[in-house]
Design a protein around this ligand. Structure first.
Ligand SMILES: [Zn+2]
Length: 243
């Protein structure tokens, strides 16, 4: 049940989605990989909108080059642990939030206990290996995930429903490319772009947590606008056809 304070705090959103849906958000548990540029758009909206529990994986420290887009952090946070700083920021934003931070990355050996009690996994890393791993884990464990990617002037969001008939990352990309993938550190990035991708991921997260429905599409942001691309399961996929 929502407390009186919660009903007041979320009153504008409750007008839009109703108390029952707000209560669903309160009971929801999400795992977020990374509190960088995408996380800076994603995490504050997850926290502010009343998602009950957030587990954050983030091992890095705040660097001066982060500040142009990672707005969870201020100049006096340089050198501090990102995860601890993000938790402090988000707890001040919404004291009702239950949050856990683990100072580790996401890998094939540590994920089992980390994913077992969450409804949804959100990727905001800039690590292509992490995106493939997350997609594989989502399919194997039937846990939905939303993968966010950015580069220079464009970004995309790839929802992986983790159930038969829905596409996985390998349905489109097959395998990690042999050539080096550009990152923000090598290719550059327009400052607001990761925040736009992150806040759209927050929007899609709320939609999923409330309805448990996934659209079969990829969300592509380029040239200042959004495009949707239909994304159906690929029967020739080397991975998800096995589950
Ligand atoms: Zn697949």
């Amino acid at each position: 049940m929502l407390s009186k304070n919660e009903i007041e705090r979320y009153s504008r959103q409750i007008l839009s989605i109703g108390k029952e849906s707000q209560n669903i958000l309160k009971k929801s548990r999400v795992l977020v990989l990374g509190a960088g540029g995408i996380g800076s758009g994603l995490l504050p909206y997850l926290a502010a909108s009343g998602v009950g529990f957030i587990r954050l994986l983030e091992p890095d420290i705040v660097e001066p080059s982060n500040l142009s887009r990672q707005i969870l952090y201020a100049a006096d946070n340089i050198g501090a642990l990102k995860g601890a700083t993000a938790v402090e920021f988000l707890s001040r934003l919404n004291p009702e939030l239950d949050m856990e931070w683990l100072p580790v990355g996401f890998d094939a050996n540590n994920h089992a206990p980390i994913i077992k009690d969450v409804d949804l996994i959100l990727d905001g890393t800039d690590d292509i290996h992490c995106k493939f791993l997350l997609s594989d884990i989502a399919v194997k464990n039937a846990i939905p995930a939303i993968i966010g990617s950015i580069g220079n002037f464009q970004g995309h969001i790839f929802p992986v429903a983790g159930k038969p008939g829905f596409a996985c990352y390998r349905c489109l990309f097959e395998k990690v490319p042999d050539e080096e993938i550009p990152t923000c550190a090598t290719e550059g990035i327009l400052s607001p772009l990761p925040g736009i991708i992150g806040s759209m991921m927050a929007y899609l997260s709320l939609q999923f947590l409330i309805t448990r429905g996934f659209e079969k599409r990829i969300y592509l942001m380029e040239k200042g606008g959004w495009r949707h691309i239909a994304m159906n399961w690929n029967p020739h996929c080397s991975f998800c056809g096995r589950f």
